[in-house]
Design a protein around this ligand. Structure first.
Ligand code: AMP
Length: 420
């Protein structure tokens, strides 16, 4: 039997509605904030990614699906969307009438990483890019958009980590300080880091090798070397986020894995998928449009890990699904069944979640079912209870029992089950 390629997967019909729901909410927010959808090709010339993402990055060095086509042209399955959107912006001279453009796109990306839950070789991103605005208010706005999306999806426990990577003005000072620091600890660094020291020392801060992590403790930070303009920019990002009630922390170890970032970089981190992982990341890339042959136009963007977001929302839905009903009604006998059915509907209409079993099985097996359904309360209604005018409401969590008369059973039940 032929199966999917390792790290590739089907999104099955049962999963599709959740993907659609998230996409609809995201599209809604983007529309409100003035973004237009753009759709870019899945393959580009390899050179585009090598030049924009950076030769000395994990993506370009190890992860891209690159191959010659039948004529020998070097092509790459896109590992991210920003480079393609920048290419498109320049190719179609979209800046000519007005450099300010806001785009979003949703689609698959390809990176040959080691697959695990939340990490695939074909994965999906929801991507947003803003061109032509250098103002820090836009940096804050992008983080706010992410925050808004996560809130609308009912997610909590996500935290925005932000940092500033400086600009061509102040980065050389930082790089020099970092290089001095690294040179003094060269023996402790891995081969990759030693090579990266020459090409792009910032990337050593991203190394996951434990001995490098140890050696890099106390390394200089970009924040200590920001020029006054970058400093003011970063301050405004922070004060704007505060004014907009967006929760964040400044994380001076955040460097992001791509070369093109300048100034603000951010990631939204979560522990919902086990070890801490990023569900979205982005940053400013004020030099990239020019580097790829366009005019000097500032830009900023982010990418959301769609698969990861789906996993988190799925988990949340599952937790909700495991919550039992407020009341499980146990009807023993025909008259009891009729009463329970009517009471149950009345409770449903008043906003309570109830369940009952219509099979006419024994008390023991109905109790078992109520337990399996995780019911918070059960109501026992049999001929004996009705004759005695004493229905039994059992609180399964507190393990207490209350008797209820038949005068106003629904009213009494409501009081008892909403008290918890
Ligand atoms: P990046 O462009 O690497 O910052 O990626 C942006 C977001 O895409 C990350 O924060 C992840 O949520 C997601 N992502 C990146 N790589 C993968 C992958 N291999 N599988 C699933 N999601 C990914």
């Amino acid at each position: 039997m032929i199966q999917t390629i390792r790290g590739f997967r089907d999104i099955l019909p049962e999963e599709a509605p959740l993907w659609q729901r998230i996409e609809t909410i995201a599209a809604d927010i983007f529309r409100n904030f003035g973004f237009q959808e753009i759709r870019i090709p899945i393959m580009e010339k390899t050179e585009l990614f090598a030049r924009s993402i950076g030769e000395a990055t994990d993506i370009v060095e190890k992860e891209m699906y690159t191959f010659p086509d039948r004529k020998g042209d070097k092509l790459t399955l896109r590992p991210e969307a920003t480079a393609s959107i920048v290419r498109s912006y320049i190719q179609h001279k979209m800046y000519a009438a007005d450099p300010v453009r806001k785009f979003y796109t949703v689609g698959p990306m390809f990176r040959r990483e080691r697959p695990q839950k939340g990490r695939y070789r074909q994965f999906y991103q929801i991507d947003a890019e803003v061109f032509g605005i250098a103002s820090p208010y836009i940096d804050a706005q992008l983080i706010q958009i992410l925050n808004e999306l996560f809130q609308r999806l009912g997610l909590s426990g996500l935290k925005a980590h932000i940092n500033s990577l400086g600009c061509p003005e102040c980065r050389p000072n930082f790089q020099k300080a970092l290089l001095d620091f690294l040179s003094a600890r060269k023996e402790a660094l891995c081969d990759n880091c030693i090579r990266r020291m020459e090409k792009n020392p910032l990337r050593t801060l991203d190394c996951k090798v434990p001995t490098c992590r140890q050696a890099l403790e106390g390394a200089p930070t970009t924040l200590d070397h920001l020029c006054p303009d970058c400093s003011t920019h970063f301050d405004t990002v922070q004060s704007t986020l505060k004014a907009q009630n967006v929760d964040f922390i400044v994380d001076n170890t955040l460097v992001r894995g791509l070369d093109y970032y300048s100034r603000t970089a951010f990631e939204i981190l979560t522990t919902a998928l086990g070890a801490q992982s990023a569900v979205a990341g982005g940053g400013r890339y004020d030099a990239l449009v020019q580097e790829l042959g366009g005019p000097q136009i500032p830009a900023i963007g982010f990418a959301i890990g769609f698969d990861r977001l789906v996993h988190i929302v799925e988990q949340l839905d599952q937790q909700k699904g495991n919550e039992g009903p407020d009341l499980f009604l146990l009807a023993l006998g025909d008259k009891a069944m009729e009463n329970c059915h009517i009471w149950s509907s009345q409770l449903n209409l008043s906003g309570f979640r109830t369940e009952m079993d219509y099979s006419g099985k024994s008390l023991k097996s109905l109790m078992k079912r109520a337990g399996k359904r995780n019911a918070r309360n059960v109501l026992i209604v049999g001929d004996a209870e009705m004759e005695a005018n004493a229905l039994v409401l059992r609180n399964m969590e507190a393990r207490t029992q209350t008797t209820i008369s038949l005068d106003d059973p629904v009213g009494e039940i409501k009081k008892l089950i909403s008290n918890i």
